[in-house]
Ligand binder design. Structure first.
Ligand SMILES: NC(=O)c1ccc[n+]([C@@H]2O[C@H](COP(=O)([O-])OP(=O)(O)OC[C@H]3O[C@@H](n4cnc5c(N)ncnc54)[C@H](O)[C@@H]3O)[C@@H](O)[C@H]2O)c1
Ligand SMILES: O=C(O)[C@H](O)COP(=O)(O)O
Length: 528
């Protein structure tokens, strides 16, 4: 039974889902990084919000970990590169808290425009300062959106409803989408010049870090107001403080901070600053949404291999997963065979080709190619799986090509994996028997029919009488039982292949003897 650890405060709905789906779940929010590292080893899944930092050290301490589920949007607290390198899928819930966060940004805009928090504090303190709090109307004002994705679009919709003019800076926003949303797509400089209010809705990346830098804050209109409900680090906090105290900016509303938890900041002393403690996603509805969604997604992956909303892996729907699973196993086995033959021959890998023919060509091929890659690379590089194989191949400069053949051959479905090195090419092909059992049907273009077995021996020889008898005798003399025996040849008297499955690994001394037999070209033990 898979085990999941929830290390942040998630709605109890998540625990219920995991248990109902047969997953053992432990709820331990608030652990220190060292405490978390000490207990993570047995878990298959880790569910987090933004408080847990899923670092390289944590991932390295988690040999069983298969999936990290972020109950929320931002994954900047997860070291996705390390997770990928260790074959761990990282998934988030990209829509579950979008409305709630957009509403928080709008609430912050109202709070700023009418100084509601400060006015409330003053009124509760018994001071009736009716003349102190003079606000501004939102009607007719210009809202500048930096980032117009899921949350930015909802903010735009609400702002248009308030009769604001909305301008948006987002390099990935199409003109068509901008028109649909009723926003004007502009360059960042134009936004900074025109906006009365600026609201940020981008992830924190190398490109967006400090997007409201000292220079960009200075470009804002005098009297403009800034709202950040996205991520600390998007705004230069020291420069913001200076712009507010100098009177250049009229106010700022911050839900997120460079350092969190933010328990002290010079900004807290300013009257025209409204702060909340990263509450953007904090509504009952949003927390229920993200908890249910992350638990279902993680359970799907752990139980059936279905992948949704993964940051580092192609999607596999729950409907596809059962159909893909046997083909993934076939792709992985073919890859493992091609990889082992390549290791035996040596050489620098240049390319890996995966060919699809028949029904399999109509399936979702990305996970199949990833499985084939994982199979090929694992014998050469160790801990490679479907998650990290494409990255590993890219890092090593290995070209990956996928080919779909229209032609129909002897098999309803055929998968072929070829490894190209600076020396030669090695290809193996297979199919599924009864839609479930992987079967090898071709090695180096030579037809051969064999099931995969944990221990096999692959021999190439000259197609002349005498090989089979001597080969059988060597194994028999060593007390090695041949479980299955398969032969193939390119042409009469030409290159021939022999693939046998054994009841265990072949001892080195016996292998050496096989290699010295007349007619034998090479002998390679295979493990699956
Ligand atoms: N305060 C909170 O509690 C809270 C809650 C949810 C999300 N968030 C934050 O909000 C962010 C946005 O969420 P979303 O769901 O809208 O994400 P999204 O991916 O749908 O949208 C992000 C948008 O930013 C744009 N973008 C990327 N780089 C940019 C750049 N250099 N300049 C301008 N635009 C750029 C993208 O094109 C995209 O349209 C998340 O990444 C997360 O960090 C915060
Ligand atoms: O990216 C997000 O989804 C938000 O920042 C929410 O973070 P939280 O789950 O810690 O509230």
């Amino acid at each position: 039974m898979p085990r999941v650890l929830i290390s942040d405060k998630l709605s109890p709905a998540a625990v219920e889902i995991f248990r109902r789906r047969g997953i053992e779940v432990d709820l331990k929010p608030g652990l220190s990084p060292a405490e978390l590292r000490a207990i993570i080893a047995p878990y298959d899944g880790l569910a987090v919000r933004s408080a847990t930092k899923v670092t390289r050290e944590l991932i390295e301490a988690a040999p069983n970990l298969k999936v990290v589920g972020r109950a929320g949007i931002g994954v900047d607290n997860v070291d996705v590169t390390s997770a990928t390198a260790h074959g761990v899928v990282v998934m988030n819930t990209p829509y579950g808290n979008a409305i709630t966060t957009a509403e928080h940004a709008i609430a912050m805009m109202f709070a700023l425009a009418r100084q509601i928090p400060e006015a409330s504090t003053s009124t509760k303190a018994g001071r009736w300062e009716k003349n102190r709090f003079m606000g501004v109307e939102l009607f007719g004002k210009t809202l500048g959106l930096i980032g117009c994705g899921n949350i930015g679009s909802i903010v735009a919709d609400r702002a248009v409803g308030l009769h604001m003019k909305v301008v948006a800076y987002d390099p990935f926003l199409s003109e068509r989408r901008a028109v649909e949303l009723g926003v004007e797509k502009v360059a960042l400089d134009v936004l900074l010049e025109r906006a009365d209010f600026v609201t940020l809705h981008t992830p924190l990346t190398e490109q967006t870090r400090n997007i409201l830098s000292r220079e960009n804050l200075a470009r804002l209109k005098r009297g403009a107001r800034v709202i950040n409900c996205a991520r600390g680090g998007l705004v230069d906090e020291a420069a913001l403080h200076d712009a507010l105290t100098s009177g250049h900016l009229a106010g700022a509303a911050l839900d997120v901070f460079e350092t969190e938890p933010a328990t002290e900041s010079p900004l807290f002393a300013l009257e025209n600053v409204v702060c909340t403690p990263h509450l953007g996603a904090a509504t009952a509805e949003a927390q229920e949404n993200v908890a249910l969604q992350v638990a279902d997604q993680m359970a799907d992956y752990l139980l059936s291999g279905a992948v949704s909303n993964a940051i580092n892996m192609p999607s596999v729907t729950a409907e596809e997963a059962p159909r893909l699973k046997p083909y993934m196993a076939l792709a992985q086995l073919l890859g493992a065979m091609a990889g082992q033959l390549t290791v035996a021959r040596g050489g620098v890998i240049r390319a890996i080709r995966v060919e699809y023919e028949g029904h399999v060509a109509e399936l979702n091929r990305r996970p199949l190619t990833a499985a084939a890659l994982a199979g090929t690379l694992a014998p050469l590089m160790g801990a490679v799986n479907m998650v990290n194989a494409p990255v590993v191949a890219k890092e090593r400069g290995i070209e990956v090509a996928e080919t779909v053949h229209e032609r129909r051959g002897d098999y309803a479905s055929l998968l072929r994996v070829t490894m190209v090195t600076d020396r030669d090419e090695k290809s193996v092909a297979g199919t599924l028997v009864g839609e479930a059992r992987p079967r090898l049907v071709e090695i180096k273009g030579i037809a051969v029919e064999a099931d995969f077995a944990p221990d096999m021996l692959y021999v190439t020889n000259q197609d002349r009488p005498g090989f089979i008898g001597r080969f059988g005798m060597v194994l028999a003399n060593a007390g090695i039982n041949i479980a299955t025996f398969h032969l193939g040849r390119a042409a009469q008297g030409g290159d021939a292949i022999c693939l046998v499955s054994l009841d265990g690994p072949i001892p080195e001394s016996v292998l050496a003897e096989v290699r010295t037999l007349p007619l034998v070209v090479q002998a390679t033990p295979l493990r699956f």
